[in-house]
Design a protein around this ligand. Structure first.
Ligand SMILES: [Zn+2]
Length: 190
């Protein structure tokens, strides 16, 4: 300690050198800061332009945030982001099998296969999200959930199923329902 003190005490004696040293020191710091700003730290969790792992991981709290997600579905989300230019809220994405059993009574839900996602979009009405998604042929499962203000989207390996969730049960999305909620009438538009 005493040696260090001596060194510190010695430094002011090199008065001529001090300003130069100080300048170099500050300059080097500024340089590093600029570099950091330019070269933003890469997010290891990043999955696509606007989405990262935390958007899709299981939220059960027991499974170490397991994660599976269809890249096609992520592409759909990026499409919706570009289309509406608003924040996409992911309400539920991947659900581990244990949590799926707890939530849905079925461990093999599309969420637990990484093929389903529940979303809403800031400043965009649910019906407008629905109408856009229904026109995307890749999407084979669409659940309109007006009571929660969310849209369930999945990519099941089956014929398309479009349904409305009311009173906690999946029901056929009839023309009367479409009219009630202002959804497009596909038969009329096709
Ligand atoms: Zn889980």
């Amino acid at each position: 300690m005493s040696e260090k003190k001596e060194n510190n005490n010695n430094q002011p004696q090199h008065h001529n050198q001090k300003p130069k040293k100080k300048y170099n020191h500050n300059h080097s710091n500024n340089h590093n800061q600029k570099d950091k700003q330019k070269d933003k730290p890469r997010d290891k969790n990043k999955i696509s332009e606007h989405f990262n792992r935390t958007h899709f991981a299981c939220t059960c709290g027991n499974c170490n945030q397991e994660f599976r997600m269809s890249l096609a579905l992520i592409g759909i989300l990026e499409h919706l982001k570009a289309k509406f230019n608003q924040n996409i809220n992911v309400h539920r994405a991947y659900v581990c099998e244990d949590y799926a059993k707890e939530l849905f009574g079925n461990s093999k839900d599309y969420h637990s296969k990484g093929k389903a996602i529940d979303i809403s979009i800031n400043n965009v009405e649910l019906k407008d999200i629905f109408n856009e998604v229904e026109n995307l042929i890749e999407i084979t499962g669409i659940g309109f959930v007006p009571s929660k203000g969310i849209l369930h989207i999945d990519m099941r390996d089956k014929d398309r199923n479009v349904f409305i969730v009311e009173n906690g049960t999946n029901q056929d999305l009839t023309l009367a329902m479409r009219n009630k909620y202002g959804l497009q009438d596909l038969e009329a538009t096709s």
